[in-house]
Write a protein that binds this ligand. Structure first.
Ligand code: 5GP
Ligand code: ZN
Length: 114
């Protein structure tokens, strides 16, 4: 997707502070942090929203969780805890339509989220 912000980050057309990368997944710091640690984990393949995930995407969707675990270990937050969030469409607060998992940590989280 040529007009997708996160595809442009994947292609290094827009700079980002990358914390993890492999063949399938990219993770980078959120530009507008909502917690001391706020990392976005994306599949390299463009999927717009959770509504667009199909059964063939199950391996990559599962991989987002294993990468979240790896990053949490690297960041030293596994024991304290962290929150993983995926927003789907406008009412949930999705603003970038390339599916992404937020990894938030470094402060106490409240529930319910706003
Ligand atoms: P959403 O609201 O779609 O769930 O999350 C999108 C996230 O992308 C937001 O937390 C926002 O701060 C972040 N974001 C928007 N533009 C950029 C950017 O250019 N670079 C980075 N690193 N994050 C961005
Ligand atoms: Zn994209």
């Amino acid at each position: 997707m040529t007009d997708c912000l996160f595809c442009k980050i994947r292609e290094r057309e827009i700079p980002a502070d990358i914390v993890f990368e492999d063949d399938d997944v990219l993770a980078f710091n959120d530009v507008n942090s909502q917690a001391p640690i706020h990392i976005l984990i994306i599949p390299k393949q463009h999927i717009s929203t959770v509504n667009d995930v199909d059964t063939g995407d199950e391996p990559i969707m599962g991989k987002l969780f294993s990468v979240a675990k790896t990053i949490a270990n690297q960041q030293g937050i596994s024991e304290d805890g962290y929150r993983l969030v995926v927003n789907c469409n406008e009412k949930a607060g999705q603003t970038v339509f390339h599916i992404h998992m937020h990894l938030l940590a470094g402060r106490a989280m409240t529930w319910p989220p706003g």
